[in-house]
Design a protein. Structure first.
Length: 55
């Protein structure tokens, strides 16, 4: 439960910080490509754990 709270909070603040930094154009870009970004991040995370397990 703690991991869920931390993960959702981190996502909220990350998106909020990016929108604050990049403005409306970045907000629209994130909205358009959010699914691709999320799946890409998950793939990189799994790949990273797999590489760490091998070594």
């Amino acid at each position: 439960m703690l991991a869920s709270v931390l993960g959702r909070g981190l996502r909220f603040f990350l998106v909020g910080g990016l929108i604050f930094w990049g403005g409306e154009a970045l907000k629209l870009w994130i909205k358009k490509y959010f699914d691709w970004l999320a799946w890409s991040f998950l793939a990189v995370l799994i790949l990273g754990f797999a590489i760490l397990k091998v070594f």
